[in-house]
Ligand binder design. Structure first.
Ligand SMILES: [Zn+2]
Length: 507
């Protein structure tokens, strides 16, 4: 009896100490494969089979990537190497017959040779790992811990990510669940690393390469942007943050406490416009920490990695993030009010000079992004719009309207804080489309003017109706040239309007 209890206790301890899914990953730097080894322990006694599933998309990247297309040489065995039968089911599920075993071994290889933030890439000198296309979860058990250990070549000095390695290791991790695992890409190799503390939080810059970083103003400017962001949201939602930046074709992806980017920008800024573009790009991915990772439409989490997550509000999640990324640079004292308006002008021009705006609303562009994420349709500009561009200047129009209706008492910052505090901090969920518009109305107050303003802004987002820019921007002393879509400061506007603009643009 006593022995039975001890055995049961030992079994319980082993369950709590070791995840039932334990991955080891070998890096084939010549063939450019990730060789994945999974030790799987049954979820329950007498389990007949296990369904292993690989995601087909990555949150933040609203496209079906079909990661299983990179996978080859799948096999399942008992721990003694005896093969077990398995079958593929639809596009991303493997069903393995456990054959009465409690623990089995699953192995497969994934080809990793694509320069994209949602894909893994291995080279002799380093590797970028996109976990979505590397690891399978067990259907129905996605929120359970998982162990991952990478066998990194001995001459690689760094493993950079938002994850904390197991004590005494640099490349072994115990991750609370697969949502966090999939949200934690890694950069390994001999890239440039700068680790530092700022206001009680740890930061790691992982740059490949980082040749022109030393002596640049990048760290100072990045932290000024971070502080401007903290001023808005009143909370820093991480202990540690990792910024991965790799040289390559553009593209960035936001994560829970990191971002991974390919960019062609430089830190030394011989061309100021190039440098500002790089900062704006990195600030965009940083602001996503709040807007989309935590302030989110209800469809964007918890994630179903097996199919699309359709939402009508990506124009808010992406566009307002672009509105804020530039605004953060202004509030951080990095760019001028004129430079800020220049960035917003480009967004207006990108929409107003193409026919697509007459055929697709912001709402529709969000919902239908899964049909054409890359804009591959040759007819794209005639029938579609980018919610990044139109959504960004909607941020300006929202901010202007809120400030006007509330006589400068409230701003878009109050709206973002309300969503953050109510839905992320208190309710711990996303918001519905109706809740989004109700929150906007609430921020502007209970007046008829607030109700009318909500209806107006919603109509602009949900339809292709022309926008009366002058009516929306002149009360905040901003002019729009309808010939070249340039925004300028209207210094002849009434004092009240100029006062609102100064608060908006931080003049
Ligand atoms: Zn984004």
């Amino acid at each position: 009896m006593k022995k039975t209890i001890l055995l049961a206790l030992a079994a319980l301890l082993s369950l709590t100490c070791a995840a039932k899914m334990r991955y080891t990953v070998e890096l084939d730097t010549v063939g450019r494969y990730l060789n994945v080894h999974l030790l799987y322990t049954a979820s329950e006694p007498g389990q007949q089979h296990v369904e292993l599933q690989m995601p087909v998309w990555a949150p933040g990247y609203y496209d079906i990537i079909n990661y299983p297309k990179y996978l080859t040489d799948f096999s399942a065995t008992r721990t003694d190497g005896t093969p077990l039968p398995w079958q593929k089911f639809r596009r991303s599920t493997w069903i393995v017959d456990m054959g009465g075993a409690d623990t089995i071994v699953v192995t497969y290889r994934t080809y990793a040779n694509k320069m994209d933030v949602a894909d893994s890439r291995i080279r002799p000198e380093g590797a970028f790992i996109a976990p979505n296309g590397t690891f399978m979860y067990e259907n129905g058990h996605k929120l359970e811990p998982v162990e991952v250990s990478y066998n990194v070549p001995a001459n690689w000095k760094h493993v950079s990510s938002g994850l904390r390695p197991v004590a005494g290791t640099t490349s072994s991790f115990i991750v609370p669940d697969f949502d966090i695992l999939y949200d934690s890409p890694l950069l390994m190799g001999n890239h440039f690393v700068d680790k530092f503390q700022h206001k009680g939080h740890e930061y790691e810059f992982a740059f490949d390469p980082g040749d022109d970083y030393e002596g640049s103003t990048f760290k100072k400017d990045f932290l000024a942007m971070v502080d401007a962001c903290t001023d808005i949201m009143k909370e820093v939602p991480y202990d540690n943050y990792c910024l991965i930046n790799m040289q390559g074709i553009g593209g960035g992806l936001e994560h829970l406490n990191s971002q991974a980017d390919y960019s062609s920008g430089t830190f030394t800024a011989p061309d100021r416009a190039d440098y500002i573009r790089l900062l704006d790009f990195i600030a965009h991915e940083y602001f996503h920490l709040y807007n989309v990772k935590r302030i989110r439409p209800i469809e964007l989490g918890p994630f179903d990695y097996s199919q699309e997550a359709f939402t009508p509000l990506l124009w808010f999640s992406e566009g307002f993030t672009s509105y804020y990324s530039a605004l953060l640079l202004r509030r951080g004292g990095i760019i001028s009010a004129e430079e800020l308006l220049g960035i917003y002008s480009n967004y207006i021009s990108a929409i107003e000079t193409h026919e697509g705006q007459r055929h697709m609303s912001l709402r529709q562009s969000s919902y239908d992004i899964w049909l054409d994420f890359m804009g591959d349709n040759a007819n794209y500009r005639k029938v579609a719009i980018s919610y990044y561009n139109k959504g960004a200047y909607m941020g300006l129009l929202f901010d202007a309207k809120i400030r006007c209706v509330t006589n400068g008492e409230r701003s878009l910052d109050d709206f973002m804080r309300l969503l953050y505090q109510r839905y992320y901090q208190q309710l711990q969920r996303g918001f519905t489309e109706e809740e989004f518009w109700q929150a906007l109305h609430e921020v502007m107050g209970t007046t008829t003017e607030a109700a009318d303003a909500t209806i107006l802004l919603r109509r602009i987002c949900d339809t292709t109706d022309p926008i009366d820019y002058d009516a929306l921007l002149s009360p905040v002393a901003i002019s729009l040239n309808h010939d070249n879509w340039a925004l300028t400061l209207d210094q002849k506007a009434p004092k009240k309007a100029i006062k609102l603009r100064k608060a908006l643009l931080g003049e």
